[in-house]
Design a binder for this molecule. Structure first.
Ligand SMILES: Nc1ncnc2c1ncn2[C@@H]1O[C@H](COP(=O)(O)OP(=O)(O)OP(=O)(O)O)[C@@H](O)[C@H]1O
Ligand SMILES: [Mg+2]
Length: 404
């Protein structure tokens, strides 16, 4: 079973490429489910068919659904939400506003991923293709299982004990004054169940033998910058990014306007290849019209995966660990594979929030993880396959070179 997630900035072509990929899989005889975690529900528009919350076969071998997160949302989160609403109301927030405030951003997305897990686990499909919501949202929710799990493991048992101890006191104070302030056991249980579910999702999505993420971008500076930050974050969380799709590439043209755009895009594409060295970067031309409907999407798939019927659009690519940061004393050591580099002098320098690494003539530009942006580069080492860069906390930030 394979799960492929498509993510990227708003409007870059996630829904289009996810649909094209799913269609290609189905055409090759792989039983495929195409899902959207995006509440905007544009799958139906891209495929040009009507969809519901339940998977329905839209073309031989391809099932699609637009997840109805609202329904799951109600069941899973009701107790917790009621508690939070109570708490806010207790603090003087009016009930309607309180209700609004307890809708946590990104939570619907998380619940959509729970649905992905359930459907993937049902065993009815060989591949599940997921059209995710734009970058920031997806990232937050992908990080959430670990964050929430940690929180529940470490903080909640203590809070729960505390709450148990406080309940008799609250009873003495009277219901009015203590109302809502102390969570009941059912709230803790609901949170614990949610954490378990999320850990499950996380396990499934971080398994490189099952799941990979494809970053969609358009060759523009702003979009590329965001894709690079997304890549860093995904790599840090251990998600396998196995492809970058550069969409809406202008063909070269005669007139100055077209030539200007084509040249600017080519510069961006060069930067994209530097940023994602070692990962397949596929280009999709800017088409004359919106690729809507199966015929047009099949053409997109051809451009993306080649016209050969045998070309597997979702091979399991053992990418290995893309990026890790270890703490050594007070230094951070960032290491990443540099598959295409030749051993030689390592030069690592900070440029703003990026790390620019040059090894034996190849350059790699990486958006730095947050914690490292406050550090200076104090050393670098390349053993032929892995690059290691040492960072030292530096209150002023800064740039340093290292030659070895
Ligand atoms: N290569 C292309 N050539 C021409 N039009 C394209 C191309 N790729 C996508 N489009 C069109 O661009 C629009 C946005 O694409 P799409 O809906 O796939 O992006 P998205 O990333 O899913 O957007 P959102 O973030 O809003 O969900 C659609 O109208 C789509 O048909
Ligand atoms: Mg979309």
């Amino acid at each position: 079973m394979r799960i492929v997630l498509f993510t990227g900035k708003g409007g870059v072509g996630k829904t289009t490429t996810a649909s094209a990929t799913a269609l290609r899989l189905a055409d090759r005889g792989v039983k495929t489910l195409l899902l959207s975690t995006d509440t905007a529900h544009s799958l139906a528009d891209a495929l040009d068919v009507a969809l519901t919350g339940e998977p329905a076969e839209v073309t031989p071998g391809l099932w699609a659904a637009q997840l109805d997160t609202q329904r799951r949302f109600e069941a899973a989160w009701q107790q917790v939400q009621a508690y939070l609403a109570d708490l806010l109301a207790h603090g003087g927030v009016d009930p309607v506003t309180a209700d609004e405030l307890t809708v946590l951003p990104g939570l619907e997305e998380v619940l959509a991923l729970l649905a992905v897990r359930d459907l993937a686990g049902a065993g009815n499909w060989d591949a599940v293709v997921v059209d995710c919501a734009p970058t920031a949202e997806t990232l937050r929710l992908l990080a959430l299982p670990e964050a929430l799990g940690w929180y529940l493991d470490k903080v909640f048992p203590a809070q729960r004990r505390l709450a148990r101890g406080m309940r008799p006191i609250a009873a003495l104070l009277g219901r009015d004054r203590a109302h809502g302030a102390i969570p009941s056991d059912s709230v803790f249980d609901a949170l614990a169940r949610l954490a378990d579910d999320l850990a499950d999702v996380r396990w499934l999505l971080a398994d490189p033998g099952t799941t990979s993420v494809r970053l969609v971008l358009t060759p523009e500076a702003v979009v590329t910058a965001e894709a690079r930050r997304t890549f860093t974050a995904l790599a840090l969380y251990g998600y396998a990014v196995d492809m970058v799709v550069a969409n809406r590439v202008f063909p070269a043209g005669e007139d100055a306007w077209r030539q200007g755009w084509a040249a600017a895009q080519q510069r961006q594409l060069a930067a994209v290849r530097e940023s994602f060295a070692g990962i397949a970067v596929r280009e999709l031309p800017y088409r004359a019209a919106e690729p809507v409907g199966a015929a047009a999407l099949r053409e997109v798939a051809d451009a993306l995966y080649g016209e050969l019927p045998g070309a597997d659009p979702v091979p399991v690519l053992a990418t290995g660990e893309l990026l890790r940061v270890d703490l050594e004393g007070s230094d951070f050591v960032l290491s990443m594979p540099l598959p295409l580099a030749e051993p030689g002098a390592v030069e690592a320098a900070r440029a703003g929030d990026d790390l620019v690494v040059t090894v034996g003539g190849s350059r790699r530009v990486l958006a730095l993880p947050n914690a490292l942006r406050r550090c200076a580069v104090v050393g670098g080492d390349f053993d032929g396959t892995r690059l290691q860069v040492r960072f030292r906390p530096d209150p002023e930030g800064g740039t340093a070179h290292s030659d070895e």
